[in-house]
Write a protein that binds this ligand. Structure first.
Ligand SMILES: C[S@@+](CC[C@H](N)C(=O)[O-])C[C@H]1O[C@@H](n2cnc3c(N)ncnc32)[C@H](O)[C@@H]1O
Length: 276
């Protein structure tokens, strides 16, 4: 249904707008997704649909949304969450306590349906007890508006929650609600969800931790490097970047220090190095 030329048109547009690069092997996937939107828009030719997408911001957002892969889970890649709890948080709390600062700023970039930022909120909540009066803000952003909708509701299938969340966390941080599990308000209010396309500048600064996991794999190497440079600038000295287990900064010339602990990995911005 999609000619090679049409495939290239869409691929370029999607890449330019989101950084998501569709390899040749993804042609059939694109065809399926396009077929849905063409039907919804009453358009029979991919080229006419392309023109609609190129001209209408709203249709572009819908198309990008249905092309994103939103797979995620609570406590995904446990060694990284443990490293965050056991190494990153204590170090940041101690360092800040020394300077009288009582706030922590974390960003979940590419947060999908919310499981990652809520995990970070729960874990931080567990650790923060001795630090009364601290303000923890978790910024959580994504390109997919439907994923953000689900995230903001904070309502999850109990089977999926129970598959990766320990019982004591469920008891403490979820309420039962009509056959679903709802994230409690004390956790919800720590997280601020927002639309953000990682292809654009984020405007966030002085961050202590950035989680950007399983997002860069959809970007080509040049865009990954650009993104990592932006993350570097957004972090405070001594801040941490945590990427997915299949992602790394290998081959990128950055001052980040590599941290490894019990199979968990992270990258630390050195103190006193503002620029890449
Ligand atoms: C596989 S999910 C990963 C979710 C979570 N970080 C995790 O590791 O479980 C990838 C997410 O990245 C988002 N994404 C892809 N390209 C993006 C872009 N250019 N800007 C913002 N988010 C993007 C997708 O919408 C999707 O929700």
């Amino acid at each position: 249904m999609l000619t090679d030329e049409e495939f290239r048109l869409f691929r370029n547009l999607i890449y330019e707008e989101s950084g998501i690069f569709l390899k040749d092997t993804r042609k059939e996937f694109l065809e399926h997704r396009l077929a849905k939107r063409m039907l919804a828009n009453n358009v029979v030719s991919p080229y006419w649909y392309y023109r609609q997408v190129a001209e209408k911001k709203k249709e572009l957002l819908i198309l990008l949304d249905i092309l994103t892969v939103n797979e995620t889970s609570f406590f995904r890649n446990r060694p990284q969450i443990d490293l965050f709890r056991d190494i990153v948080l204590p170090e940041l709390f101690d360092k800040k306590r020394g300077t009288g600062q009582k706030s922590l700023r974390i960003w979940s970039a590419g947060c999908s349906t919310g499981e990652e930022p809520y995990t970070l909120a729960m874990v931080t909540h567990e650790v923060i007890n001795p630090y009364a009066g601290w303000q923890v803000r978790i910024f959580a952003s994504d390109l997919s508006l439907t994923a953000l909708d689900t995230a903001a509701k904070g309502l999850y299938d109990p089977d999926k929650v129970q598959a990766t969340v320990e019982d004591h966390y469920i008891t403490r941080y979820f309420d039962k609600s009509e056959g679903q599990l709802r994230v409690k308000d004390q956790i919800k209010k720590m997280v601020i969800f927002d639309f953000h396309n990682l292809k654009n500048d984020n405007g966030l600064a002085d961050l202590d931790v950035i989680f950007c996991r399983n997002v860069m794999i959809y970007f080509n190497l040049d865009d990954q490097k650009t993104l990592v440079e932006k993350f570097y600038r957004s972090l405070s000295p001594g801040g941490y970047l945590i990427v997915g287990h299949a992602e790394s900064l290998q081959g990128m010339d950055t001052p980040f220090q590599f941290i490894y602990n019990n199979k968990g990995t992270a990258y630390r911005k050195p103190e006193g190095r503002e620029h890449v």
